[in-house]
Structure formats: C-alpha cells, structure tokens
Design a protein around this ligand. Structure first.
Ligand SMILES: Nc1ncnc2c1ncn2[C@@H]1O[C@H](COP(=O)(O)OP(=O)(O)OP(=O)(O)O)[C@@H](O)[C@H]1O
Length: 764
C-alpha cells in the first residue's frame, strides 16, 4: 500500500521540518522533480508573496510557495448521527491527482508534503471565516496497480418467469362478505395474484402447503386471507382467552411488524380475534402481559418465541390450528434450526390437528427437510410461466402433492420487470464508485429510493457517517437550492435499538426518496414501496439471498433495478447465480464514475475543461474520483476516533468476508483480498496492522500485500478459521438479530436487566 501512496501538497525544501501548531512533518526534496521546480519558478516570476520558512530552518534555495490561503468550508449544519468531522477542505490538485492516478511521475512514489496548505491546493472560498488547516494531506493512487477487469463470459441464462396477476377476482372465492369488502376497500386489492389464486383454495380446503413464488407477489395475503376466513368462522366464536390459534413465524423484527399490520387490517371486521406480535428488542414484561390477556394470532420471530416458551408460564399452545413459516427457508436454516425445533416440539406436544404452511421465494429441495417432519401430505405450489432450463411447463401454475417433487428446483424466479446489473470494480475504487452511483441517482436524478446492502453493522455505521460528511456535508455552491435534492441517508441493522429500527423502517416506508444503508436484516419480506434501486455493495452469501435482496424492488408487477458490485476476483459469482437461472447485464465502472462530472464539488483544476476529447473527459473523471477519494480519506484521517471507526468497519468487513460458506470459497476467499486496497475502500490510507490479514501469510496471492507493511516489520496474522457456531453467531449478530442472543451490544444490558428483574421478583 505504502508504495502506492502519493502525497499531495508538495513542498520544495530539502528535508525541512515545518511547524504547524503541534505538528511537525518531515519531507525530502528530490532535486529531480522538474515539475515542481518549474511551477515554483513560475510563481517567483509572478512575484507572489513567499511563505516564510520556519524560523529555525534554513531558507531553502528552491522556489517558495504562495502564502497560506485560508482553507475554509462553508458552515454546515451538523448531522446528529455523524461520527466524522465534515469533509476537510484540501483537495488534490488536478496536476497531482491526474498524475498520480494516470501517469504518475517516474520515481515519485511516496512523495510527502508538509506544512501549511500550498497554493496549488484547491480550496473553497472562506464563507464563514472559519479556517481549517489540514497540514498533512496525502492520497494514494486510485487508478494504478489495480487488477484487470476481466471480460465476463457467461452462458445464456433462461430466466424463470412468473406471471404476477390473474384476471380472477377475490369475489370468486367464497369469502365472508366483510372480508371481501376489507380487501377491496381497506387493502385496495380486487384481482388475485397467481400465487393467491393457487394457494387460497388449497388452504381453505384445510391442506398443508409449501408455497414458492417470486418476491413481491402477494404471499402474505395468500396465507392471510384463508387464515382469517377460517378463524372468523370458528364456532363458538373465538375468545381472547383461547390463546393462540395461529402462530406465524418470520425471521426478522421488521417483517414481524409488517405481517402484524396486514393481519390487523384483515381482522378489522372481526374484532373478536386478537392479533399480537412478539419480537426481540421489545419489552418482555409487556409481551408477557399481552400473552396473559390473550393473543389469537401470534406473529413472532423464532428467538423471542422460544424465549417465551421457556420463560412465560401463561403461553399455551393447546389451541393452535395453524402454523405458518414465512420465509421458511430462512427460518428453517442453520441460524434458526434449533429454535424451530423447540417451537415444533412444543406445538406437536400440545396442539390439536394443525394446518402447516411454508412460504418463500426461494424454497428449494432440501430446505423442507425439517418441515417434512411436521407437514402432512403438503401441496406444493409453485407459480412459473416457463423455464426451458428447468423443464417447468409453460404458462402454468403448479400444484403438486409432493414438496420435493419436480416443482421445487433450484431455479429461482425474479420479477420480470426487474433490470439486473453488475459492475466489476477493483477494491480501491469501490467507495468512490458507490458514492458516484448514489450521487448520480439521488442528487442528479429525482424520484429515486435506494437500498444499499452491506455485510456488517459496522460498515453501515461507517458509511452512514462518511457519506453524511462528504456527500451531504458540503453544499454545492454552484447549484440553485431547488436543484439540490437532499441526500437523505438512513440505516438499518441488527445492532440498533429496537425503537430506532422501528422508526427507520417506518420512515423509509413512507419516504419517496432516500438511501437506506442496511445489512441483510432488510433483505427478507419487507414491502417498502417505490424502491427504485437495490445496490448490493457486498455480495450476499447465496443465490437465494441475492433473490431476496433484489426482491425489495420491482414488487407486485412494478419496475425496479438492481446493481451488484463485484471485484475482479469475484466474477465467478455470476456463474453461481446463472446456475439458479439468474442473469444480468453489465454496467461499466467508468460510466458510474462519470456521474462525478455533474458534481462541481469534485472538480479538478480545470486542466481538462478546454479539451473536448474523450481522453480529456476520462482524465477529468479520474481526477474527480481522486478528489472524492481524498475527501473521504481526509475525513477518515481527521482524528483518531474516525480512523478507529474506519478500522473497525474494515475489520468487520473482513470477518464477514471470512464467513462466506464453503461452497462459495472459490469465489469469496479472504486470501483473494488485497488488504491495502480493501482498506482504501474504507478511506484508510494504509492497511492497518493487526487486522484479520488478507493476502498475508502462506498461500497469499502474489502481489497481495497487507500482511507486511513497508518499514513496519509486522505481519498481520492469517485469518483464523471460524467454527460454524462462530459463523452463525456473526450472521445472527449482523443480519437476523431477532432475539436476546443476537445483539451482542445489548447483551450485557439485557443480562443486567434480567438480573435486576429476577431480584425484583419478576415472575412469568
Ligand atoms: N391481489 C393483489 N393486488 C394488488 N396488490 C397486492 C395483491 N396482493 C398483494 N398485494 C401487494 O403486493 C405487495 C407485496 O406483497 P407481499 O409482501 O405479500 O409479497 P411477498 O410475495 O410476500 O414478497 P416477499 O417474497 O418479498 O416476502 C404488498 O404491497 C401487497 O399489498
């Protein structure tokens, strides 16, 4: 990494020590630097005032600098969630940035600069009289030493198609008239979707079912309508005190809330049936009180439900006649298997005959393993128009009696109106590329609502702060206020307090524009209206998770777009997706970076302005990308805390990278990562020491540095192999935190609280 570094703000004295407050910096002057000398001579000629050297220093014979220009930023409103200072003012010059990025001066690696800002540094005019000196500014080359972007050769992918709507109306079903009018007037739905048309009659007939249909196709109503229809007809009428008659298990808290709201709407005319939601992060005591009063339709995350099974005496399952596992492949997989076993054993031990329903967009053979134990001759429902690749009959919705029969294949359907894209970006350029994409969509186009998926809570926090500082923190003085749509960033991850998670979920549901930075906690089931783009900044752990993430857009027949970021070493992931019939088109990194041409805040010094050639344009784009990266790096390196935040985010990224399942290691292996380049995508100028090493140690790919940094003599340790338990714990923490065990940040607090409650004699 160090040898990639190009330090800007070059001074022209031979190894002087400049004093700037408490900072002392040394640099070495290289007499071969003609460029600098020429520049300095020009300055002399123009007879500008010279900067006085520090008193103890011998004045250096080489040209002096212009006096220190105050480097100021316009005053900005502080963002409450911002851990970083606002973007510091110094930019790489076009000269330096362009050269370092494209054709750096020979022998000029590791040029250092020191002392007060130099005249060739671009600065914003002082508007508030506030000056910020950043005496030591350096940035490293973004466009050098990157791996080549490989040509992507992919086999043709035959996408599985599913028709969303049918022409059949809900009125054709024999539903209670009040339920029908609720559908029409409250939920505003009249025609059935394909999955609803297939599923509702099967469930009304009392059969178990395994339902697979694409994301956003209306699976919630597909089980909700028959559930409510059957419960409202129970005689004698259901009473609150009967306890749960239906249990709906979902993997995340937000999905629990969402499903609860839909069931609540469906139950509007049937006030005697009481729905309730239990989920991690909520107060157990109040949940216990609600359980005591009676909940007839219980919606819960697995962790919290098990918690109540173990600790709440008033919870009884003797009346349960429905069990619905939404996002069943997730709730049945590794993370929740233990919890699900407890839930199924409890229900099987006490309940009457029960109807079981499993639903997901990605149910595949094998995930029904656990469910097989509890399902009785289930009907397998799969909606698909045609798929030549997997031999599903065209234009048919299938209902077969065997869930592991021909219906359940590993081919996943994605919405037809979803435009999927991939961009291959070298690690070093990932951060600027993401920022350029966000600016392009949210600043220079209108009406966009973006979700950006990241691999860890720390990365979410880090990017939120960084983007708030650099992308929102600076007003574009050249743009009229009405032309400056605000970049509103929100975040959602498993380490947030529940109250805040709920607030953010509601805020992002209601907003028409904005950017949600999140972990996979938002990947499943959430029905967030009008999302226009899904950006997968870190690729998901499986094709199924890919499908769910992109499924947050293009819902119920609407249009949507997705963009997957891959590094050059990760392009084999496209084959993994192609094996599940998922194909996409390429987007060029250069085209995304070209968005920076619209943003004058990242302008170079105008060197390329007069030139109209495409080469000049490319140069200016690279200069601007470097300016932006420098802004990021300056913000990150502004103080110890911000460096620490970036390091933590990098570390969590590396940890997450190490947790890709074994079947994905050929694509995502930590040894393929270049630690220095990865560090750059977190605004760090050097690969930090002592992190989970990437590329270090035996077997590291050639040229992968990061283990041994120049002159530092320390090696980063190779990654420790995580046990499967640790892997799950990681995933649970950052993705599907749904119960007490998940949130390590709140774990201590909760344990304390529990002890306190125990001491107070808090009984179930
Ligand atoms: N028959 C219908 N007509 C119009 N809109 C509908 C209909 N049924 C459901 N919807 C709407 O479609 C959207 C998606 O529904 P839902 O969230 O149930 O999809 P899903 O299949 O469960 O998606 P995912 O797989 O992502 O969980 C919701 O906004 C819902 O209100």
């Amino acid at each position: 990494m160090a040898e990639d570094m190009l330090m800007l703000n070059i001074t022209d004295s031979a190894a002087p020590t400049f004093s700037m407050g408490n900072n002392k910096f040394k640099r070495t002057y290289k007499p071969t630097d003609k460029w600098k000398r020429k520049k300095a001579e020009k300055r002399k000629a123009s007879n500008r005032p010279q900067e006085a050297p520090p008193s103890k220093q011998k004045p250096h014979p080489v040209p002096q600098q212009k006096p220190c220009k105050p480097l100021c930023r316009p005053a900005q409103k502080e963002k409450p969630s911002n851990h970083f200072p606002e973007s510091p003012p110094i930019k790489p010059t076009e000269d330096t940035a362009g050269k370092e990025g494209l054709h750096a001066l020979p022998g000029k690696r590791g040029r250092k600069t020191a002392g007060p800002p130099r005249p060739h540094q671009r600065s914003q005019p002082p508007e508030d009289g506030r000056c910020e000196d950043r005496p030591f500014i350096k940035t490293s080359s973004l466009f050098r030493n990157n791996p080549d972007i490989p040509d992507i050769h992919r086999s043709d992918v035959t996408q599985v198609k599913e028709k969303v709507f049918t022409s059949d109306s809900f009125a054709e079903l024999e539903l209670h008239p009040h339920l029908l009018s609720t559908l029409n007037n409250v939920l505003k739905v009249t025609s059935m979707t394909s999955v609803q048309k297939e599923t509702i009659p099967v469930l009304l007939n009392g059969r178990d079912a395994v339902v697979r249909s694409q994301t956003g196709s209306g699976k919630t109503l597909a089980y909700g309508i028959p559930l409510v229809q059957s419960l409202q007809a129970v005689q004698p009428k259901i009473k609150r005190g009967d306890g749960p008659l239906a249990v709906i298990v979902v993997p995340t808290r937000e999905l629990a809330q969402q499903s609860f709201q839909i069931i609540q709407k469906l139950l509007k005319p049937f006030t005697w049936i009481v729905p309730g939601v239990l989920m991690g992060g909520e107060k157990r005591k109040s949940e216990k009180a609600r359980l005591r009063k009676g909940i007839n339709i219980l919606i819960s995350t697995p962790g919290r439900l098990v918690d109540h099974i173990n600790n709440t005496l008033s919870i009884a399952f003797s009346a349960v006649r429905w069990l619905i596992l939404d996002e069943a492949d997730r709730t049945l997989d590794l993370g929740f298997e233990k919890d699900l076993t407890v839930i199924l054993n409890t229900l099987n031990a006490t309940g009457p005959a029960r109807q079981n329903v499993l639903l997901s967009a990605t149910l595949a053979e094998g995930v029904t393993r656990l469910a097989d134990v509890s399902l009785k001759e289930p009907v397998s429902i799969q909606v698909s128009e045609h798929s030549t690749a997997v031999g599903v009959a065209p234009d048919s919705a299938e209902a077969t009696p065997d869930p592991t029969g021909p219906g359940l294949t590993d081919s996943f359907a994605v919405p037809e109106k979803l435009q999927q894209h991939v961009v291959v970006v070298p690690s070093k350029l990932r951060l600027v590329c993401l920022a350029a994409f966000i600016l392009g969509k949210c600043k220079f186009e209108s009406g966009h609502k973006l979700i950006v998926f990241l691999s860890s809570c720390e990365s979410v926090e880090f990017l939120l702060s960084l983007f708030n500082s650099v992308l929102c923190g600076k007003a574009d003085p050249s743009a009229a206020p009405e032309q400056r749509p605000p970049l509103a960033f929100l975040r959602l991850h498993g380490n947030m307090a529940q109250e805040e998670r709920t607030e953010v979920f509601q805020e992002f549901s209601q907003t028409k524009t904005g950017i949600l930075l999140c972990t996979d906690v938002a990947a499943r089931g959430l029905d967030l209206p009008q999302v226009t783009w899904i950006i997968q900044y870190t690729p998901p752990v499986s094709a199924a998770e890919y499908v769910h993430r992109v499924g947050r857009t293009a819902r119920i027949g609407t249009r949507g777009n997705s963009l997957l970021f891959l590094t050059p070493s990760e392009t084999a992931y496209l084959n993994v997706l192609a094996n599940h019939n998922i194909g996409m088109s390429d987007m060029k990194m250069e085209d995304i970076l070209a968005n920076l041409m619209l943003d004058e805040r990242f302008k170079g010094r105008g060197k390329w302005d007069s030139k109209r050639s495409s080469v000049a344009l490319q140069e200016e784009i690279r200069v601007r990308a470097t300016v932006l990266q420098t802004d990021f790096e300056n913000v990150v390196h502004a103080n110890k805390d911000s460096v620490q935040t970036a390091k933590k985010a990098l570390q969590s990224f590396l940890r997450a990278y190490a947790t890709y399942p074994a079947s994905m290691k050929h694509v995502f292996h930590i040894r393929h990562l270049h630690l220095g380049h990865a560090a750059k995508s977190f605004g760090l100028r050097d690969a930090p020491q002592g992190l989970t090493g990437a590329g270090a140690g035996p077997g590291a790919r050639p040229g992968a540095r990061g283990g041994k940094e120049k002159g530092k003599g320390k090696e980063t340790r190779p990654p420790r192999k995580l046990s499967s338990k640790e892997r799950v714990a990681n995933l649970m923490r950052s993705e599907y935190a749904s119960g007490a065990e998940a949130d390590s940040a709140h774990k201590k607090k909760r344990r304390k609280k529990k002890q306190r409650q125990a001491a107070e004699g808090d009984q179930n």
